[in-house]
Every structure is written in C-alpha cells, then in structure tokens.
Design a protein. Structure first.
Length: 487
C-alpha cells in the first residue's frame, strides 16, 4: 500500500490539548501529593526526635538535681528515682516510658512504666527487644520489629553501692503518625482524581470553544471552490485564534479579488476581441485577387491586429493592478516630474499646451506609473479637443495631499456620463464628439494607478469657466518641502 493509499490517522487538536493538559495536571498533582506526604513524614521524624530529647532531658535533670521526697536527700538507688519520675509522666498514645533495673552485665530483671500502654504489641512485652535496648551502648536507636518500627532513647544509671545497673527508656511507635500521613496522601490522591475529572470536562469545553475558529477555518477551506469564494469565518474575541480567523478571511478576500480579476480579464478579453477577430476573418474570407482590394484588406487587418494588441496590453496592465508590486514608490521631486510630463504631452498634438502650476517638494510615488496616467489623461484631452484649444498640466499640494491634473477646454463631460467613464469599456454617450477610437480602458488604467498609490482620480469642471473637463489625480501623500537655498 502506497503512502497516498494509506488511510490518514490523526488525533484532533482538541484531544491533543486535553491529553497534554491531563498529563501535566497528573504529574503536578502527584508531585504535590508526594511532596506533602514527604513533608508530613519529615515532620513526624522531627517531632519524635524532639519528644525523645525532651523526655530524656527531663529524666536527666531529675536524676542530677532531684531529691527523694521520703528522705529529703538525693536519690541513692535507681528504683525510687524511676518510680517517682514515671508517676509524674503522662505518655502520648504512641509513646512508652519505661524504667529498666537489672544486674551488672545481665538483662533487666524488672521494669517500671508510666501506665498501661495503648499500643498494639508494646515494647514492654518484648523481652528480646528490651534486652537489645538495655545492652546497647548507644543513647538512641531504632528497632525494626516484625510488629512495627520503634524509635527509642535511654538514659543509663550506673550501678553503685550494691544497686544494679538501671536505665530510663522512652520508646515511640511512629506507625500511627505515619499512617496519618498516609491517609493525607490518599486523600490528596482522591481529591486529585476528582480535580482531573473536572479538568477533563472543563478542558474539553474550553478547548472546543477556543478551537472553534480553527474548525471553521478547516470547514470553510473544504467548502471553498473557484466558483464560491464568498464564505467567511465569524471573528470573535481578540486572541491569537481570532487573529488567525482574520488572517484567513484576508487571504480569502485576496483570493476572491484575484479570481474576480481573472474572470473579468477573460470576460473583457472575450468581449472586446470578438469584434476585431470577426472583422479580420470577414475581410480575409471576402478578399479577392484584385491588388487594390488585397492592399486595403491587409491595411484593415493590420489595424485590427494593432487594436487587439493594445486591448490585450491594457487588460494585462489592469490585471497587474491587483498585485502588490503594481506600483514601486520612490522619492521623487514633484516639480521635475510635472515638467517631464508636460514635455512628453506636448508631442501628442497641436494644442495650446500650458504648464499651469508646479508644486515644489519631494514625495514618494512611482514616477513611471504617474507619468503613464498623466500622459493617458493628456491623450484623452487631445482626442476631445481641436487644434489650438488650451490644455493645462499642473501639480499642487493642498491639505496634506498631492494633486496632479490635466485640464482642457473641450466640450466637457455630461452628468450622466461622469459616473461611468472610469469603468472598463465604458465611454460617455456624448463625450466630446465621436472622435474617440479607444477601447474604453484608458481612464480605467488611470483609476487603477491612482488607487495603487492609495489615492483616487476625480473629474472636475475646468476652473476657467469656458467648459471642458479637469481630471485630477488625488494622492494621499504629505510633501516634504525643500529647504530654502537647496536646488
């Protein structure tokens, strides 16, 4: 089975997020429970150490400074000392206080304790363990019995004046305290389990809500076709996922514009090229053997082919207007650009050309595209004026904007035509006579160039009041004025 034939096995982002969340929560809660248990057990050890040290210190103090209440003198035998001390003590539930009296070199012969212990299998009943403690040279230690661990400490009383050796022993059984720490650990694990269940439910709902735009992106992308690019994702919130949805919607806007431009290009090309192709085919089919007729047919065919070439070039230019690199702005001296446009426009026809006004300063724009738009406006003015009529070219800066204009003194544009003359293949019904022979793409190109600079093209009446039309490129760009004395 090839890679393309194998079924795709994938886990949704929602499940992956939830699994990672559960893993992290499980590790964190287990670590908290284990740490808590460790801290509690450490506290038990410290409390046992303090208790053993306290009991042995109290007995040592009594043996060193105490007096027998019956004789009023210091204790000379271990029995009265042990009985007095044990009678005054109250042992904890897990604690044993023992007095061991024996013979030198032998196990204890008798024992005293503070009270009956409340401990299962106390140390007092374990003769072997008592012998081990009594004979040990250490002051503290730990007994590991089958019935449980015992922590102990003792104070030895040396044998003298015929009295046997004795010892005070305090023993603590930590099993109870350790069991409490274990209960806390078990309770924390149970609480952690409940927290994980709650986290699972809440995390599933929250992850689904957060990832909803992502699912919408996938669903919308699956439903998109070349014929339907109108679907958009509703954007909610201001987080990264909302930004993703906005970015995807922006991409769909660009795709829709690109496909619309392609369809428009194909439709326009098909519509406008159909007529010249029909003309060429018709003349070629009817062309006879007469040299004059053949010459006339060739001339007509060449003219139609030239017209088709211009239409295709203009359509390609309009299609390119949708691309981000349609214009390439650079620093330009506006006065120099205006003068260059004026010089180039003067060669278009025998008219009264005037350089009306010139703005001074530097700005950022694409000089080639602006020159193309201005020359197109000048050519348009030439087509709708007669020799000797005035055509003015100029530039000015006003209110933070740049305006470059071509003004003529022709018949002007009627009101019903002003709204459509900037559309493709549209000409005014009474636009200054019948001399216009273009395909109706010139003003559409001018508008595309202006919009590529973030501006617009406007139609205004000529200021002289003698009729005519003024086409103005309004560019949203702030001039940087030249300093006095600079060229």
């Amino acid at each position: 089975m090839t890679t393309a034939e194998r079924p795709h096995r994938w886990i949704s982002a929602r499940v992956r997020i939830l699994l990672w969340l559960l893993v992290v929560m499980t590790v964190a809660l287990t670590a908290v429970a284990a740490t808590t248990r460790s801290v509690l057990l450490r506290d038990v050890d410290h409390r046992i150490d303090r208790l053993l040290a306290q009991e042995t210190a109290e007995f040592t103090n009594l043996a060193r400074e105490g007096v027998d209440p019956h004789t009023g003198e210091k204790f000379s035998a271990p029995d009265p000392l042990l009985r007095l001390f044990l009678s005054r003590q109250y042992a904890d539930p897990d604690e044993e206080l023992l007095g061991l009296v024996g013979r030198p070199g032998k196990a204890p012969a008798k024992k005293e304790q503070s009270r009956e212990p409340r401990i299962d299998h106390p140390l007092a009943e374990d003769t072997a363990a008592l012998r081990t403690v009594f004979e040990s040279r250490d002051a503290t230690g730990t007994l590991h019995r089958e019935r449980g661990e015992v922590r102990w400490a003792k104070v030895e009383i040396a044998a003298n004046a015929g009295h046997p050796a004795a010892a005070f022993v305090v023993a603590f059984h930590p099993a109870g305290e350790q069991a409490k720490a274990g209960d806390v650990f078990t309770m924390l694990l149970a609480i952690s389990g409940v927290a994980l269940l709650m986290t699972t439910g809440i995390g599933w709902a929250v992850a689904g809500r957060i990832l909803r735009p992502v699912r919408l992106v996938r669903t919308t992308a699956a439903q998109l076709t070349e014929q339907d690019l109108t679907r958009r994702i509703p954007v909610q919130g201001r987080d990264d996922v909302a930004a993703l949805a906005e970015t995807f919607n922006g991409m769909l806007d660009r795709l829709e514009r690109a496909f619309a431009a392609q369809r428009e290009f194909v439709d326009d090309a098909g519509h406008e090229l159909r007529t010249p192709i029909t003309i060429v085919r018709g003349h070629l089919e009817l062309m006879g053997d007469d040299p004059g007729e053949r010459e006339e047919t060739v001339r007509i065919v060449v003219e139609e082919l030239d017209r088709m070439s211009r239409i295709v070039e203009d359509l390609l230019l309009l299609a390119k207007a949708e691309r981000p690199d349609f214009v390439t702005p650079e620093p330009v001296q506006l006065a120099e650009l205006t003068a260059d446009v004026f010089v180039k426009a003067r060669a278009l026809g025998d008219r009264d050309w005037q350089l009306a006004e010139v703005a001074d300063g530097e700005t950022g724009l694409d000089p080639q595209r602006i020159t193309q738009a201005m020359v197109q406006l000048a050519q348009n003015a030439v087509q709708h004026t007669v020799p000797g009529q005035r055509i003015g070219i100029g530039s000015r800066s006003t209110a933070g904007r740049i305006e470059l204009y071509v003004a003529d003194s022709g018949p002007g544009v009627q009101a019903q035509d002003a709204a459509v003359i900037f559309e493709r293949f549209r000409r005014g019904t009474a636009r200054r006579g019948a001399r216009a022979t273009g395909a109706g793409l010139g003003l559409a190109i001018v508008r595309a160039i202006a919009e590529g600079h973030g501006g617009r093209v406007e139609l205004r009446p000529t200021a002289s009041g003698s009729g005519g039309a003024t086409f103005v490129l309004v560019l949203r760009e702030v001039l940087r004025e030249q300093e006095p004395g600079l060229p």
